[in-house]
Design a protein around this ligand. Structure first.
Ligand SMILES: *Cc1c(COP(=O)(O)O)cnc(C)c1O
Length: 389
């Protein structure tokens, strides 16, 4: 049986070159980057090199890049760091209804601490309503946080316009760019971003590693307290191997950006065309115009996405319903709810995400088995028999 992984937005395999770069730092080059002898200095230099590699991918200065334990920590740090620093100025933040739970659950926590949060909606294409966003700003607003690319429907948000609005109102702007990194062009200077979250394991680097970009001049409170690592802003002995791997993955993402995007989007388009044409009663969620190159989010009417996932798994195919993080909960996807997809249709939705190691043969294999699976489930579905809900 073939194994086909179509869940690259959940995580990616570590590339061979990345693993090769990491290996020496587990054993012979194991020094603590804070130690003052050669073994430590060598590790310190490796961290500095990785910082340059990550900075180069987003057009930042290396000193504006702070390593963290992943996208979740970066999101938490950005929100809590700004709220703590600016609490005397105001207690209002603005975000969207379609953020990752690392943002939404942090916002819920902040609400319990007395902060007020406005959750802006999206239009039928999945884009944030800019007027609603600007209208939500008050003299108490201290932060706007809008993700760059959505993890479920792949929509790319108008980040430059949002940053402009934030700047005009003297409000800090944070973006969760975990799904965007390596998949859409990012230039933090040109886009006017103050704070940006990144994660290594979504770009063929190791898990448990990420970074927060903090624009020079922006002051936020620390989140982890202890030693003076990361210029005194993020305590804890550096995840040396993770950082080296993230740096290498970022370098490769920059070098291979065009071919990566072309490869993923051509296979994705081929997949979407075939599914919509060859399987009746299917719908693509989100717009094709300004979308993550590997993302296809498809509703199969009259059946359960969860059942499709489990049957595809029997054919060695890995996909997800909603996002990986919410795949065990019965709550309908908050992103599809915000998009206005009816609840019955949300339950019939599957996310397929394509990446560098996906081949055309993989896609053909998935389409053939998907047809069988959908047909089988619909034959068993009472609502399909009635062709109505
Ligand atoms: C995966 C993801 C995160 C969390 O990143 P981790 O490194 O897994 O903690 C945050 N935001 C988005 C949009 C993601 O896709």
């Amino acid at each position: 049986m073939r194994n086909v992984y179509l869940d690259y937005s959940a995580t990616t395999p570590v590339k061979e070159e990345v693993l090769k770069a990491m290996l020496p730092y587990f054993s012979e080059k194991f020094g603590n980057p804070s130690s003052l002898y050669d073994l430590g200095l060598e590790s310190k230099a490796a961290v500095a090199h990785a910082r340059e590699q990550v900075a180069a991918l987003i057009n930042a200065e290396p000193r504006e890049v702070f390593f963290t334990a992943g996208g979740t920590e970066s999101d938490n740090w950005a929100l809590f760091g700004v709220c703590d620093k600016l609490k005397a100025k105001g207690n209002h933040i603005i975000t969207t209804k379609i953020e990752h739970h690392a943002i939404l659950h942090s916002c819920a926590f902040l609400e319990k601490q007395g902060f007020e949060v406005t959750y802006v909606g999206i239009d039928k294409d999945g884009r944030v309503d800019l007027k609603e966003l600007e209208d939500a700003i008050t003299d108490k607003t201290i932060l706007i946080s809008v993700m760059m690319v959505n993890n479920e429907i792949g929509t790319v948000q108008p980040i430059k316009e949002i940053a402009k609005i934030a700047k005009a109102h003297k409000v800090l702007f944070h973006t969760d760019a975990v799904q965007a990194l390596g998949n859409v062009p990012i230039d933090v200077k040109d886009m006017g971003i103050d704070l940006m979250s990144m994660s290594s394991h979504k770009i063929y680097g190791p898990k448990g590693e990420g970074a927060l970009y903090i624009r020079k001049g922006v002051k936020i409170s620390n989140y982890l307290h202890g030693g003076a690592q990361e210029s005194g802003h993020r305590a804890g002995t550096e995840n040396l191997t993770g950082i080296v791997g993230f740096g290498k993955a970022a370098e490769l993402a920059g070098i291979h950006f065009d071919e990566h995007v072309a490869h993923c989007s051509s296979l994705r388009n081929y997949f979407v065309d075939r599914v919509l044409k060859e399987i009746p009663d299917t719908e693509l969620n989100g717009t094709m115009d300004g979308r993550h190159p590997g993302n296809a989010n498809i509703t199969f009417k009259f059946i359960e996405g969860e059942s499709i996932l489990l049957l595809l798994n029997q054919y060695g195919i890995s996909v997800s319903t909603g996002s990986a993080c919410s795949s065990t909960s019965l709550e309908p996807s908050h992103v599809l709810v915000a998009l206005g997809v009816p609840v019955e249709m949300i339950h019939g939705t599957v996310r397929f995400t394509i990446g560098d190691f996906t081949t055309k043969e993989d896609i053909d294999y998935v389409v053939e088995n998907l047809k069988k699976v959908v047909e089988k489930l619909r034959a068993l579905s009472p609502i399909h028999a009635q062709k109505g809900w």
